[in-house]
Write a protein that binds this ligand. Structure first.
Ligand code: DQA
Length: 146
């Protein structure tokens, strides 16, 4: 049975490649997803990748994930800093979760320094651009092997 991992890109991440390239880099979401799929193929893992702007849809997706996925890699975007609903969904389903950020949220504005998601995630990777996602996927794959 292949390891099945859900990747959730949160709000505004569809704009990658155009949006604040000095902060988020010039890779588009499709390019990031292609890199993730290539790594998954190499590791014989199966990925489902979604980008969702709305908090409710993210909560819904996490709720449904419990039946199908062994791990979750999520970039919650701005919801990172205040969405108790997404935090509760992750805690509720109990799927091992890796939180990722392209930028180093601790080196930016003070309101980004707090993550309400981090306490319910296994860990957080922040500041490595597209590599944050690849490192996040590697961490998730390792969690599944345990
Ligand atoms: C982000 C950091 C968040 O503070 C911001 O709101 C984003 C992207 C990142 O990947 O660096 O939308 O999650």
């Amino acid at each position: 049975m292949p390891a099945k991992i859900l990747i959730i890109h949160g709000p505004n991440l569809a704009l990658l490649g155009e949006r604040e390239v000095n902060v988020y880099g010039s890779f588009t979401l499709d390019e990031i997803n292609a890199k993730l799929q290539a790594l998954a193929k190499q590791e014989k893992a199966e990925l489902a990748i979604v980008q969702l702007d709305s908090e409710g849809e993210i909560v819904e997706q996490i709720g449904k994930a419990r039946k199908e996925f062994g791990a979750l890699v999520i970039n919650p975007g701005a919801y990172t800093h205040y969405s108790v609903a997404i935090r509760d969904a992750i805690a509720g389903v109990g799927i091992p979760t890796v939180e990722v950020h392209l930028s180093n949220i601790y080196a930016r504005e003070e309101f980004r320094h707090k993550s309400v998601i981090a306490p319910v995630a296994v860990g957080q990777i922040s500041g490595f651009g597209v590599n944050s996602y690849l490192l996040g996927l590697k961490a998730a794959l390792d969690l599944l092997k345990k």
